[in-house]
Design a binder for this molecule. Structure first.
Ligand code: NDP
Length: 396
């Protein structure tokens, strides 16, 4: 029986609130964010009186500490932005609260993310007997748990790992991002990077691409990009010779992205406009559609999984494990599209695993370090069923 504090009232926070409210592992729930009215709207949409709401600036450790001291949660689910990871972890350490997030820390003034900042908290969490669970969305999150499951049950050694992420949905807008536009554009416009033979290989943005076939969807052009779980997976599975991440983009999306970059709207440094300091990408976020609003007209599916080649009992084997999620089904359940849904369901389930004592540890953990079996046993009934295929052509 646990008290949970959810921080962030966006698309992912909405899904987490729905799922946590339906989970008897949690006795008390608080949803806090920068704008309290958004928390109130979500609590109303969930339709129970189990969710309390509060205003908090998660960039401010003192505010977080005051909130945690008054509510006394057992665990915080951080679904605000990656910029807030470290302040929330600091407050957790000060108040003796466990921690879970879905995206690794990224400084606001540098479009760069890596785990080193959060891994540096390991000893402090351990000394306090607290657990921090990093990257428990879908990717990162289920992608790493799928890899852990493959390593535990189907391979003696994983040699080649390709995480494939397809969004074949159509929201009817000329251009919109599926999660926070600022974070999304920063992620997809950076250089590509993959792991090969013990070193990182860098590519120009979207330089490497190929058509891949996705189940129930068909062929989609897929682009090699850098994604954060590659860093922790090659560390925890040293037998991996090559690890890559592929994401599908439509031509229209890429054209918009190129224009946005070429005209300077993806800039993250402040400029002065009419005597006021603005950051172009933050202004762009304000005029783009809110990802939460896309759900009502979103049709089609996402398909995210791991294509793995390695050795079992001395023989080479291939393996594909994936989930397909329908935007309309996600919308019916939580009023959000599938990208928020596929992130929020694993975050709520991960916190539930902690609350029920199934995932426990002292220190900072990536999800692949935790037992995948019970998590995957429940993932389907919580809305994200998964499929395995053996000894097939992986196309990669
Ligand atoms: P949104 O932008 O929709 O929501 C973010 C929420 O955080 C908003 O409610 C926002 O408040 C709040 N927030 C931002 N800054 C602060 C602050 N300083 N203090 C308090 N609250 C704050 O984002 P999403 O819901 O789309 O994404 C949430 C997280 O999930 C992100 O970190 C994203 O990277 C991650 N993610 C992970 C994925 C995965 O598979 N692992 C996939 C997709 C997303 P306000 O409403 O006032 O702006």
């Amino acid at each position: 029986m646990s008290k949970v504090l959810i921080i962030g009232a966006g698309g992912v926070g909405t899904v987490v609130a729905h799922k946590v409210a339906a989970d008897s592992a949690f006795t008390d729930i608080m949803l806090a964010s920068r704008t309290k009215s958004k928390c109130d709207e979500i609590a109303k949409a969930v339709g129970t009186n189990r969710i309390q709401t509060a205003q908090v600036d998660a960039d401010n450790v003192a505010e977080l500490v005051a909130l945690m001291r008054s509510f006394q949660p057992d665990i915080v689910i951080n679904v605000a932005l990656p910029y807030q990871d470290l302040t929330i972890m600091d407050a957790c350490l000060e108040c003796g609260v466990n921690y879970l997030d879905t995206a690794n820390y990224e400084p606001k003034d540098e479009a760069h993310f890596e785990y080193s900042w959060q891994w540096a908290y390991h000893e402090r969490f351990k000394e306090k007997g607290l657990m921090a669970i990093l990257g428990c969305g879908f990717d990162p999150g289920v992608s790493a748990i799928f890899t852990a499951y493959a390593a535990k049950h189907h391979f003696d050694e994983i040699h080649y790992l390709d995480i494939v992420d397809c969004n074949a949905g159509n929201h009817g807008m000329a251009f919109a991002t599926n999660f926070n536009p600022e974070i999304n554009i920063r992620e997809v416009t950076q250089k590509g990077r993959y792991w090969e033979n013990g070193a990182w290989v860098e590519t120009a943005p979207h330089e490497i691409h190929k058509p891949l076939n996705y189940p129930e969807i068909g062929e989609r052009e897929s682009y090699l990009i850098y994604h954060e779980e590659l860093e922790s997976l090659v560390k925890h599975y040293p037998t991996i010779k090559r690890a890559r991440f592929w994401m599908t983009f439509g031509q229209e999306y890429l054209t918009h992205l190129r224009v946005i970059q070429n005209i300077g709207m993806a800039r993250i440094d402040p400029i002065i406009y009419n005597g006021v300091e603005i950051v172009p990408i933050q202004f762009l976020k304000a005029v783009l559609p809110d990802p939460k609003s896309l759900g009502a007209n979103y049709h089609g599916q996402t398909s995210i999984g791991c294509r793995i080649r390695g050795i079992k009992d001395g023989k080479e084997r291939t393996y594909y494990i994936y989930n397909n999620c329908d935007h309309e089904v996600a919308y019916r359940q939580t009023g959000t599209q599938a990208v928020s849904f596929t992130t929020g369901v694993p975050a709520a389930l991960g916190a539930s695993m902690f609350a029920r004592g199934i995932w426990r540890g002292e220190g900072v953990f990536n999800v692949e370090q935790l037992d995948p079996d019970k998590f995957l046993a429940e993932l389907g009934e919580r809305g994200l069923p998964w499929v395995e295929k053996f000894d097939i052509d992986l196309e990669l």
